[in-house]
Design a protein around this ligand. Structure first.
Ligand code: ATP
Ligand code: MG
Length: 176
């Protein structure tokens, strides 16, 4: 089973994200993230044995999840042959970085192998994007916006009838 850990968003935040995605749609074509799939990845486990899921839950359970204010304040793209990946980026956030580090350490403590490239918090808006008109990155973002996050979820990623589907398997909510 393919697993990852992520922060999911409430309906209002998704509306904000979708407004940004809408401006991207007007400027290009590509494979746009479905509203139900919008999320912020904290750790990617990849393919794991089903019996190892419990270990992932335990790593999450042992992680302190503080309530955090997340600010979406920049947008950008990763250049790719055949179409770019466009994303929405989060402003510097110490609590989020600490959370991601602690979670990663607990997962590694349980034997999961993680990529050790630097955490750059972003939400993928679309992949394989080819623009048909110029689109400036700051123009795409519009006015920065924020959201409160207090929950980290263990997510299952699978193809269901050809559709990329994410399902929450477990969640830990921080106390206010
Ligand atoms: P697909 O791969 O089918 O296009 P996806 O990338 O959204 O869809 P997954 O590959 O299951 O789905 O990835 C789940 C999440 O983990 C996504 O946010 C993805 O960007 C992230 N992710 C995938 N691979 C890695 C990786 N090697 N390192 C870090 N994060 C990753
Ligand atoms: Mg992928």
């Amino acid at each position: 089973m393919r697993l990852f850990l992520a922060i999911n968003f409430d309906a209002q935040t998704k509306e904000h994200i979708l407004a940004v995605q809408g401006r991207l749609r007007e400027a290009g074509r590509g494979s746009f993230s479905h509203p139900e799939n919008l999320h912020l990845t904290l750790a990617f486990l990849g393919e794991v044995e089903p019996r190892r899921e419990a270990a992932a839950r335990e790593a999450l359970d042992s992680t302190a999840v503080p309530p955090m204010k997340l600010i979406f304040d920049h947008a950008g793209r990763f250049r790719r042959e055949g179409g770019d990946i466009w994303w929405l980026g989060l402003g510097t956030n110490k609590a989020l970085i600490t959370l991601q580090k602690e979670l990663s350490a607990h997962l590694q403590g349980k034997g999961f192998i993680l990529e050790n490239r630097r955490f750059s918090p972003h939400i993928t808006l679309a992949r394989q994007v080819l623009l048909h008109k110029a689109l400036d990155e700051s123009q795409l973002l519009g006015i920065p916006f924020g959201t409160e996050a207090d929950t980290v979820s263990l997510m299952l990623s699978e193809r269901v009838n050809g559709k990329l589907t994410y399902t929450q398997r477990h969640a830990v909510r921080g106390k206010r």
